[in-house]
Design a binder for this molecule. Structure first.
Ligand SMILES: [Zn+2]
Length: 458
C-alpha cells in the first residue's frame, strides 16, 4: 500500500512538473532562418542505430533536478501544492496506467445531435477550410480518433489490409491519449489537423493516381502519430536539462525519434498488424520513421534543396517508390506547418496557441534564470512578429516549392491564405508599433499572382 501511495505521488508530481515547466535554450545568432529552426527544433539526424520502441509509460517529463543544481534557486513543492495535486481526477488523467487501460474519454458520449453534426462535417473532410476545432468540440475531444478512423474507412484501408476495427479503434484511442492535452499547441487536435491536411494532399491528382494503399496507410499513421507524447518543450531544452531522451538519441532529432518509437510501441501493443508478415511490419515501422523524422524542422533546408533540385531537373517519377516516399515526406512536412495556409479564423487560433506554448517556456526560463529563448519573451515578442518570421523563413519557401510540384487549386488557395494572413499580421504589427506607414508591401504582394513565391532564406 505504502509503495503504491509513493508511486501515485511520484506520478502526480512528475505530471505537475511537466505541466509547469517548459523552455528552450538561448541562441544568439543574427541568422533568422537558423533562429526559427532553432526555436522549433534542432540538430540533424546522425544515426539511427539500434531500434528500441519507447516503453509506454516513459513519459518524457522534465528533470526537476536541473533547477536544484543551481544553488541560487530554491524550489519547493509545498504541502499545499501537493495536496492540491492529489485530486483523484488529476491522478486519473495523469496516470498512463489508467489512460492506457480504461481510456475513459474514448467513446463518444454525445447526443445524436452532436454526432449528427460531426458526421456531417466528415462528409467534407477533404475541404481545406475544415474546422478541426469545431470538429473536436462536436466529438467531445475525440477528433483524432474519429477523423483518422473515418479516413481509414474512406481510403478503403480497413478492407484492403483486413484490419480488425476494434483493434484499429483501440490503437487510435491509445494514440490520442498519448498526446498531452495540457499542451496549448502540441496536442491531439494538432495531430488531427495534420492528418486532415495530409488527407487533402493525398487527394491531389499527382499523388492520388500513383499512391498505393500501403503509401496511404503509412501516411495517415505517420500524420496521426508524428508528435506523439510531445512534452511541450523543444529539443534544446531537453539537451540543456540532460533529459534522458536527449542522451538516448544522442542529441539528434530527439523529439522526432521519440514520437516515432512511441508510435511503433503503440502499433505493436495494439496488435493492429499482427496478421501481417514480420518483414512487412518491420518495413512499415521503418518507413513510418522516415516520414516522422522528416518533420524535424532543423532539416528543412536539406529537404527543400533536394526537392528544388528534383523540380529543377523535372526528374520526379512517382512510379518509383523512393520518389513517392520522398514526396510523402514533403507532404507531411507541409501538413505539419500548414497553419498559416489555413483561413484567417483557423490560422489565428493556431498562432495564439503556439505562442502561448512559447511564452509559457519563456516564463519558466525567466523564473528559473535559465535564459529566455528567442521568441519566448512575452515582454519583447508579439504573435505578429513571430508569425511573420515563421511565414517568411519557413512556410513560404516550403509551400512555394510544393506549389511548383503540385500546381493545383489547393496550392493556390494555400498560398493565397498565406499571403493574406501575413498581410493581416503585418497590419497588426503596424498598429502595435503605432506606425503610420501606409505603404505596407504585404498588401502589395497580394496584387499579383503569388504562385510560386521565391524562397527568402536571407
Ligand atoms: Zn507537429
Amino acid at each position: 500500500m505504502g509503495i503504491v501511495l509513493i508511486w501515485c505521488l511520484a506520478v502526480i508530481v512528475i505530471r505537475w512538473i511537466t505541466s509547469e515547466r517548459r523552455g528552450a535554450i538561448s541562441y544568439d545568432s543574427s541568422d533568422q532562418t537558423a533562429l526559427y529552426i532553432r526555436m522549433l527544433g534542432d540538430v540533424r539526424v546522425r544515426s539511427r542505430a539500434g531500434f528500441e520502441t519507447e516503453r509506454r509509460g516513459s513519459h518524457p517529463y522534465i528533470d526537476f533536478r536541473i533547477f536544484h543544481s543551481n544553488s541560487e534557486i530554491e524550489v519547493s513543492v509545498s504541502a499545499r501544492n501537493v495536496r492540491r495535486l492529489l485530486s483523484f481526477q488529476r491522478y486519473l488523467r495523469s496516470s498512463r496506467f489508467f489512460r492506457g487501460i480504461t481510456a475513459p474519454n474514448s467513446s463518444n458520449i454525445l447526443d445524436d445531435d452532436y454526432n449528427g453534426q460531426a458526421k456531417c462535417m466528415l462528409e467534407k473532410v477533404g475541404n481545406w477550410n475544415f474546422d478541426i476545432f469545431l470538429f473536436d468540440r462536436l466529438t467531445n475531444g475525440n477528433s483524432l480518433v474519429s477523423l483518422t478512423f473515418h479516413l481509414f474507412n474512406l481510403h478503403g484501408l480497413i478492407e484492403h489490409f483486413q484490419l480488425d476495427t476494434m483493434k484499429l479503434r483501440r490503437f487510435l484511442v491509445m494514440v490520442q491519449e498519448d498526446y498531452h492535452s495540457q499542451n496549448p499547441y502540441h496536442n491531439a487536435v494538432h495531430a488531427a489537423d495534420v492528418t486532415q491536411a495530409m488527407h487533402c494532399y493525398l487527394k491531389e491528382p499527382k499523388l492520388s493516381k500513383s499512391l498505393t494503399p500501403w503509401d496511404v496507410l503509412l501516411s495517415l499513421i505517420a500524420a496521426a502519430t508524428h508528435d506523439l507524447d510531445h512534452p511541450g518543450v523543444n529539443q534544446p531544452f531537453l539537451i540543456k536539462t540532460n533529459h534522458y531522451l536527449a542522451t538516448l538519441y544522442k542529441n539528434t532529432s530527439v523529439l522526432e525519434n521519440h514520437h516515432w518509437r512511441s508510435a511503433v510501441g503503440l502499433l505493436r501493443e495494439s496488435g493492429l498488424f499482427a496478421h501481417m508478415s514480420l518483414e512487412n511490419r518491420q518495413l512499415m515501422e521503418s518507413q513510418i520513421g522516415d516520414l516522422i523524422l522528416a518533420t524535424d524542422i532543423s532539416q528543412q533546408n536539406e529537404y527543400l534543396s533536394m526537392f528544388r533540385s528534383h523540380l529543377d531537373r523535372g526528374d520526379l517519377c512517382l512510379e518509383n517508390a523512393n520518389h513517392r516516399h520522398f514526396i510523402l515526406q514533403m507532404a507531411l512536412k507541409c501538413a505539419d506547418i500548414c497553419n498559416p495556409c489555413r483561413t484567417w479564423e483557423l490560422s489565428k487560433q493556431w498562432s495564439e496557441k503556439v505562442t502561448e506554448e512559447f511564452f509559457h517556456q519563456g516564463d519558466i526560463e525567466k523564473k528559473y534564470h535559465l535564459g529566455v529563448s528567442p521568441l519566448c519573451d512575452r515582454q519583447t515578442e508579439t504573435i505578429a512578429n513571430i508569425q511573420i518570421g515563421f511565414m517568411t523563413y519557413l512556410v513560404e519557401p516550403l509551400f512555394g516549392e510544393w506549389a511548383r510540384f503540385s500546381n493545383t487549386r489547393l496550392s493556390q488557395t494555400m498560398l493565397g491564405h498565406l499571403g493574406l494572413n501575413k498581410a493581416s499580421w503585418k497590419g497588426v504589427q503596424r498598429e502595435q508599433c503605432g506606425s503610420g506607414d501606409d505603404a505596407d508591401p504585404a498588401f502589395e504582394e497580394m496584387d499579383s499572382d503569388i504562385l510560386p513565391q521565391e524562397p527568402r532564406l536571407s
